[in-house]
Every structure is written in structure tokens, then in C-alpha cells.
Design a protein around this ligand. Structure first.
Ligand code: PAF
Length: 290
């Protein structure tokens, strides 16, 4: 399959052959390649990652693929927002050189039989509630990193546990790529940008920033030596009063390993996942010991 250079302002590769061809040409010209994997429905958070990739490489590739392997059957794979034309327009404005938008068959042919499982930071938190998730992510990210073969790949801290799982994967498999983290991008009221925010009703949208407010308060208080457990309990009460139900977790974990800690003597992270109506929101903030 050849490169589609006519549909959008940015060329699109729908198969790995066209993708590899473009990358080979850039490499021959001595250009570094940056990569941002996405599931589309792009917002300013994704675009900030594209800008980071652009700062580190002459060429930037963004993949758009809603990965079925990271959704359980009862989750929102079918409802997940998709608007390739709008995504392409945003990417053109941010200097993306190539969109890689493979078909499901291109990624998962009928005889596909491999799953990549990462240990370490994938334990607990998201895995307790979405046990399928990190194997789905690790499998698609492995395949994309092998197909694109970038010098640098950028992932958002918004999905903080995912970022650590990918760092572990890249280290363990000696994948020759530098992983760069992009900070969480927030609305003015603190809500972390997410493609799933589009599911929120007007009333839920008003309540949604409470999640950030609560974890930021926990981070501040724990950094000033408050005990973790009562802080989390109080945070859960505040979230419940604001309409969050259920609260999957609020946790204070070591920022590098995500292991449990009694007191933050090293940099830590406050992480949370909670539901507002039918929308599951996740967020996290740094906690630096005083
Ligand atoms: O963070 C995401 O959007 C996805 O999990 C990723 C990394 C693109 C893999 O499908």
C-alpha cells in the first residue's frame, strides 16, 4: 500500500510497508524520527506531545489506532470518539510529517497470536480494575515501536502507570528508542485533558475538576507530613460528595516503581481513578517530599 498524499494535508500510511519506506528515506537523509502513538480524538494534550517530539526530531510520525486489545468487552471500544479528518487538521497545524493509521487487520491479522506482558509497574492500580489493559497496551506499543523504529517516542504523564510500563518494556527488551514524558495538560479549572471528557454531561463536567483538586490537596498535605491513609479517606469522602461513584482508587506511590510507601522520602505520585456517571476519569500529580 502506498502513501495517501491527497486525502489530508498530512500524508497517511495505512500499512507498514508505506510507513517503513518513508522512514527509510528520512534516515538516508540523516534525519531523526520522533513518534507519538495515539488513539485519535486528539486534544491539546496530544498536541503538546507532538510539539515535544518535534523539538527532538526532524520528522514526526503520529499513529492513530483505537486498539481493541486494550478494551474489555464491556468497555467503550465502539463508543470511543473517532474523527480522523479533524485529527489530521490539528496534526497538520503542529507540523506532523506522517500519520500512521493502520487498519485492524494490518495490526491484528486473523492468525495473530502474540501478547506482550510487562511485570513491575503494571501491578495493581489500573490492573486491579482493568486486568486486560497493560497487556493490550504493551502489545500494540511493541508492534508500533518496531514498525516505526523511531529515535524518540513521547507518552503523556496523564497515563502515568502506562508511561512506567512502557519504560519498563523498552528497558527489558532493549528497544533502541528514547522514551520522553510529556506533562499532564489541564483545563483552566484543573481537569486533565482526555478524549473521554467528551462523554461528560454538563453537570458532570462541572464536578470533574474535583478529582484534580482532591489529589493535589493530598499531595500538598502528605508532603507536609500528613499521614497518607486518613488523607485518602478524606479525599474519597470529598469525591463521593461531588458525585463520584465508584472510586476505583486513590493511592500514593513511589514515582519510579509505583510500589506502596508509608512516607514519601523520595519523589512520589498521587494517582486516582473514579467514575462520574458512565465516565471513568484518571489523574495523577507529583508529590515531592518537603
Ligand atoms: O495512551 C494511549 O492513547 C494508548 O494507550 C496508546 C499508548 C496509544 C496505545 O494504544
Amino acid at each position: 500500500m502506498t502513501l495517501d498524499t491527497t486525502t489530508y494535508a498530512v500524508p497517511v500510511a495505512r500499512g507498514s510497508a508505506a510507513l517503513r519506506h518513508a522512514v527509510a528515506d528520512w534516515r538516508k537523509a540523516g534525519q531523526r524520527v520522533g513518534f507519538v502513538p495515539t488513539m485519535g480524538a486528539l486534544h491539546e494534550g496530544h498536541l503538546a506531545l507532538v510539539d515535544l517530539a518535534r523539538e527532538r526530531a526532524e520528522r514526526v510520525i503520529v499513529s492513530i489506532f483505537v486498539n481493541p486489545a486494550q478494551f474489555a468487552p464491556h468497555e467503550d471500544f465502539d463508543a470511543y470518539p473517532r474523527d480522523e479528518a479533524a485529527d489530521a487538521e490539528l496534526l497538520a497545524a503542529h507540523g506532523c510529517d506522517l500519520i500512521y493509521a493502520p487498519s485492524r487487520l494490518e495490526i491484528y491479522p486473523p492468525d495473530f497470536a502474540t501478547e506482550v506482558r510487562v511485570g513491575g509497574p503494571s501491578a495493581g492500580l489500573e490492573t486491579d480494575f482493568r486486568p486486560h489493559f497493560f497487556a493490550g497496551v504493551a502489545t500494540i506499543v511493541s508492534k508500533l515501536l518496531i514498525q516505526v523504529a523511531p529515535d524518540v517516542a513521547v507518552f503523556g504523564e496523564k497515563d502515568y502507570q502506562q508511561l512506567l510500563v512502557i519504560r519498563q518494556l523498552v528497558r527489558d527488551l532493549d528497544l533502541p528508542v528514547e522514551i520522553v514524558a510529556g506533562p499532564v495538560i489541564r483545563e483552566a479549572d484543573g481537569l486533565a485533558l482526555s478524549s473521554r471528557n467528551a462523554y461528560l454531561s454538563a453537570e458532570e463536567r462541572k464536578a470533574a475538576p474535583k478529582l484534580h483538586e482532591v489529589i493535589a490537596t493530598i499531595a500538598r498535605n502528605v508532603s507536609q507530613r500528613a499521614t497518607i491513609a486518613p488523607e485518602i479517606e478524606q479525599g474519597c469522602d470529598v469525591l463521593r460528595a461531588a458525585g463520584f461513584d465508584p472510586i476505583d482508587y486513590i493511592a500514593v506511590r513511589d514515582a519510579e516503581t509505583l510500589t506502596e510507601i508509608a512516607n514519601p522520602e523520595r519523589p512520589a505520585r498521587v494517582l486516582a481513578a473514579a467514575w462520574l456517571g458512565k465516565t471513568r476519569l484518571i489523574d495523577n500529580v507529583p508529590l515531592d517530599p518537603a
